[in-house]
Write a protein that binds this ligand. Structure first.
Ligand code: CDP
Ligand code: MG
Length: 705
């Protein structure tokens, strides 16, 4: 490239490169769309502020940039920096909270820069990347990927600059990243940090970074008119579907985007809309949908109007073509952590004003739009101004491991933007010591060092360790990967209920949802092998999955995750500590040891039967129903462990559940008398728990004698 000296770029110099007859990045002719794209880009609101952005960037190690959604932050700013930093030979990273956004942005920006995706512009998300070690200068990546890069190189010496996008989303990874990057900035003189955020939280970041420059870009590309609901009281599903049908009948062309809290509501609304319209293409969009279905929702174009019914996955970053109408339910499913109850639950909650604004902004990305809020103006005024940072609503086990990895042991006094609740920190530190990951002085044990590098949540590494002891390592690895997958391996139960029911019945283990998942995955791996032998002529793997109610995309993701987990285990074997992980599997038909390993590892997520499908969690005595999708429904088993606790429609559910035997638990510290909760009068709150454990003990004694 005809070079611009490092950090000497000006708008004129960059324009000169973009207007040159050949693409300066690769020396090729520009694609035929180049001029149109360029003109569009130069109309974006950030364009008028390029010089100011460059000047501030040259003057200060940290710059904050805020603007309305759609003004060109995510796509344009990293491109400017590619030219400005080109000469250094170093890379630029741009982080995103979501994998889909990282991939979509990389694809859009490689088009804009006239290069092939994976060459000069690439992406890296967990288990998937398009990236060229020599060529790639700009990489869109998830926050988790950058955190891992930081764990192995605190100075991030391969990077000239990190652009943190969508900072207002305040994911746990983002809070950690900012805290660690703040240290990188003071460590490296030539390292730069750009933080991009919606307007509301920019000041907070400015304060955290010692009053660094803040550029606010006014105005948006297009106007959006907002309407509030007048007939409050109609329930959400018919209200949302009714609004779509009305827009479709009465309003000018333009696509519709509906925001709902979750998969269940999305399924119902999609069905209702389809029943009442004929010529409207309806697509669901949520994170547990397969990657190909997600792409379909974004990219499909046809003669009909399109309606996308989404969770807040569509709230930021993604551009869906030609969205003119947004319908906002005002709700989302949010993770809430109660450290006292040790409960992490997914709860239906009103969104914040910041979220509502983001949703509204989705209507004005490619032309003027309209946003219908399914709540009143008064309700809007009562919403919290911004969303509570996730670090304050989630358990912090992996946060602590990450900090210790990076050399910090003062977790409470760490320089947080918003510190996690002290009780969350205390609980997590206690667990990590109980699991043998941390010493009393908060330094790593050998297991802790491995747990910190493990790509799964620490509790799953704990489960794998128990699996190693009980001779079922690889069974637990598979279950861990299946439970950690963002996408359900069973087809969306509301859209394909009958097939999915049939499918899961086929794989069903009547006493364990964990084993049901593992059975389905094993069957898939067998079918996949057959498919390869048949060379695809007689047997279609996609059809096989569909017929069995399985989501091929999700299964492939788990398969890839298993390959990369295999590498992680190989690295441990080859590591300096002389550890060999035995790759054992329980003999077919012996699932007991797998259930026992799960029971021991998840002993703090146990519940005891009460009536019908109602269970009560141990010690906290919180009542919850079995998820209707569980194999255990109507089984009346006495003890269970669960993977997730969620609330839907005011009810609490245990999801992914396995029956266990109390005799596996009675030696564990969590089940000793000093941990039992007591009433004010000193009597036990859950006498049945003690009774059941004593019975198990007595039976064991009798068996011994
Ligand atoms: O990050 P911010 O919300 O400020 O905007 P952006 O994602 O950089 O997008 C700026 C503009 O680029 C959008 O308003 C769209 O006009 C256009 N764009 C697009 O047409 N297709 C994409 N995949 C991404 C952006
Ligand atoms: Mg953006």
């Amino acid at each position: 490239m005809q070079s611009i000296a490092r950090n000497q770029a000006t708008v004129a110099k960059i324009q000169c490169l973009e207007d040159a007859p050949l693409n300066p990045l690769n020396g090729n002719a520009w694609p035929s769309s180049h001029n149109d794209i360029l003109q569009g880009r130069r109309r974006l609101p950030v364009y008028g502020r390029y010089q100011e952005i460059l000047d501030r960037y040259h003057q200060s190690p940290v710059v904050i940039l805020s603007s309305e959604t759609g003004s060109g932050k995510s796509t344009q700013v990293p491109q400017l920096l590619v030219y400005d930093e080109y000469e250094s030979g170093l890379q630029i990273a741009c982080t995103q909270p979501r994998r889909l956004a990282a991939k979509e942005l990389a694809s859009r920006v490689s088009d804009e820069m006239g290069v092939v995706l994976g060459e000069e512009v690439g992406y890296k998300v967990r288990n998937d990347q398009k990236f060229d070690r020599k060529k790639t200068r700009l990489t869109y990546m998830t926050e988790g990927v950058l955190l891992r890069a930081l764990s192995s190189d605190k100075s991030l010496s391969a990077y000239a600059c990190v652009v943190i996008d969508e900072a207002h989303e305040r994911t746990t990874d983002l809070d950690l990243l900012l805290a660690l990057l703040k240290k990188t900035v003071s460590r490296r003189k030539d390292f730069k940090l750009v933080i991009m955020s919606a307007t509301m939280d920019a000041k907070l970041f400015q304060d955290y970074f010692n009053n660094c420059p803040l550029i606010h870009i006014e105005g948006r590309n297009f106007d959006v008119e907002i309407f509030y609901a007048s007939n409050i009281g109609t329930s959400l599903i018919p209200a949302a579907a009714g609004m779509v049908v009305k827009i479709h009948k009465d309003q000018k062309p333009g696509n519709i985007l509906v925001f709902l809290p979750g998969e269940d509501e999305i399924g119902q609304v999609c069905r209702l809309i389809r029943e009442h319209t004929g010529d409207l293409d309806v697509f669901p969009l949520y994170s547990s949908l397969s990657a190909s279905d997600q792409r379909l929702a974004l990219s499909s174009t046809g003669p009909n109007r399109k309606c996308i019914v989404a969770t807040n996955i569509a709230e930021t970053s993604l551009t869906i073509d030609n969205v003119v109408y947004v319908i906002d339910s005002g709700l989302s499913r949010q993770l809430i952590y109660n450290p006292r109850l040790r409960l992490e639950m997914l709860e239906l909650r009103p969104i914040s004003q910041a979220s509502a604004k983001q949703r509204t902004g989705r209507a004005g990305r490619t032309r003027d739009g309209v946003c219908y809020r399914l709540y009143s103006k008064e309700a809007y005024d009562r919403l919290a101004p911004s969303t509570e940072p996730t670090i304050r609503c989630a358990s912090v086990h992996s946060v602590i491991l990450r900090l210790v990895t990076n050399g910090y042991r003062e977790i409470v006094d760490f320089d947080w933007i918003d510190a996690p609740h002290p009780e969350s920190i205390a609980r997590a530190a206690q667990d990590l010591r109980d699991w043998g990951f941390l010493n009393d002085d908060a330094s790593f044990t050998l297991s802790g060092r491995i747990a910190a590098r493990c790509p799964l949540d620490p509790i799953w590494w704990r489960a794998i360790q128990v699996g190693i002891k009980l001779g079922c390592t690889m069974n637990i690895v598979d279950i861990a990967l299946l439970c950690s997958s963002q996408t359900s391996i069973f087809l969306n139960p509301s859209a394909y209920r009958e097939i999915a029911n049939f499918g899961s019945a086929f794989f069903k283990d009547s006493i364990s949802d964990h084993l049901t998942l593992a059975n389905a995955f094993d069957a898939y791996m067998l079918a996949r092998e057959l498919y390869q032998q048949e060379n695809g002529f007689k047997f279609d793997l996609g059809d096989w999955c569909f017929d069995n109610g399985l989501n091929i995309g999700a299964l492939e993701e788990v398969r890839k995750a298993r390959l990369s987990f295999g590498n992680f285990l190989n690295d441990i074997d080859k590591g300096p500590h002389n550890i060999k992980i035995p790759r054992t599997r329980a003999p077919a038909g012996d699932a007991t040891r797998v259930r026992k390993a799960l029971a021991i590892a998840f002993c703090t997520q146990t519940a005891i039967h009460r009536t019908e499908d109602v269970y009560r969690t141990i010690h906290e005595n919180t009542s919850a129903l079995l998820s209707p999708h569980s194999s255990l429904v109507e089984g009346n088993y006495e003890w269970v462990i669960y993977d997730t606790f969620r609330t839907t429609g005011g009810k609490q559910y245990l999801q992914t559940v396995t029956t266990i035997d109390p005799k596996w638990l009675m030696e564990l510290p969590f089940f000793q008398e000093d941990r039992f909760t007591k009433k004010v009068d000193g009597s036990l709150k859950q006498p049945n728990v003690k009774r059941s454990l004593d019975d198990a003990k007595a039976k064991l004694e009798t068996a011994k004698n």
